[in-house]
Design a protein. Structure first.
Length: 212
């Protein structure tokens, strides 16, 4: 039996993401995702839901081929799950998927794509109360675990093979292959990123920083 001090989580971020080609994917039930054509509003994935999985935040890969969900299963176990969007849209039915890990009582963690085929999930370990700060890496397709590294804490984004983390001291730059922090933009803690540009909204002023 788990200790009474166990931190409880009973929610996830709402599952929604834009996909290439004028499409979007969203939860239409607690255990169901559907893809929509944004031009016509047509549902492209109609079928009966058959997943025992509480959908969470959705993060598409850079190409849109893959979609990682930060959801969970009872009771309760965080399960980062990667869906194959291309096969789903081509063949119909429930989306084919690969589970990356079982993380007891741990979900709603920072997750991003380091490259089109590598997913980074923050915190290392299999149990919420015993995890350490850092990043686990998984190869896609297949879900093969790669070498984790300790350190990063905070919202994060991937860009050209590096990880960018809004840490306590500012925007940190991490090299996943070396497991080392290689840069810091002191005092700048962004809330969004696109194509190498990071932005932060402070008192109505939009600040930005670009590495390109």
């Amino acid at each position: 039996m788990r200790r009474a001090s166990r931190r409880q989580r009973w929610h996830t971020s709402f599952p929604f993401a834009f996909l290439p080609g004028g499409k979007a994917v969203a939860a239409t039930s607690w255990n169901r995702l559907d893809v929509f054509d944004l031009t016509s509003g047509k549902v492209l994935t109609e079928r009966e839901p058959d997943l025992d999985y509480f959908q969470g935040r959705l993060i598409p890969s850079p190409s849109g081929r893959w979609l990682v969900a930060d959801g969970w299963v009872w009771h309760p176990v965080g399960v980062p799950r990667v869906f194959d969007v291309d096969t789903w849209l081509r063949d119909g039915g429930d989306p084919p998927y690969q589970d990356l890990a079982d993380r007891f009582y741990a979900w709603d963690q920072p997750i991003t794509w380091v490259t089109p085929h590598v997913v980074a999930v923050q915190r290392i370990g299999e149990d919420d109360e015993e995890m350490i700060d850092g990043v686990e890496l998984y190869a896609v397709p297949g879900g093969r675990p790669m070498e984790p590294f300790a350190g990063p804490v905070g919202p994060m984004w991937g860009h050209e093979g590096l990880l960018y983390v809004a840490g306590a001291d500012g925007l940190e730059v991490w090299d996943p292959e070396r497991g080392a922090r290689i840069g810091l933009v002191s005092g700048f803690r962004p809330t969004a990123h696109r194509d190498g540009t990071f932005v932060s909204l402070n008192d109505g002023v939009l600040d930005s920083f670009s590495f390109d």
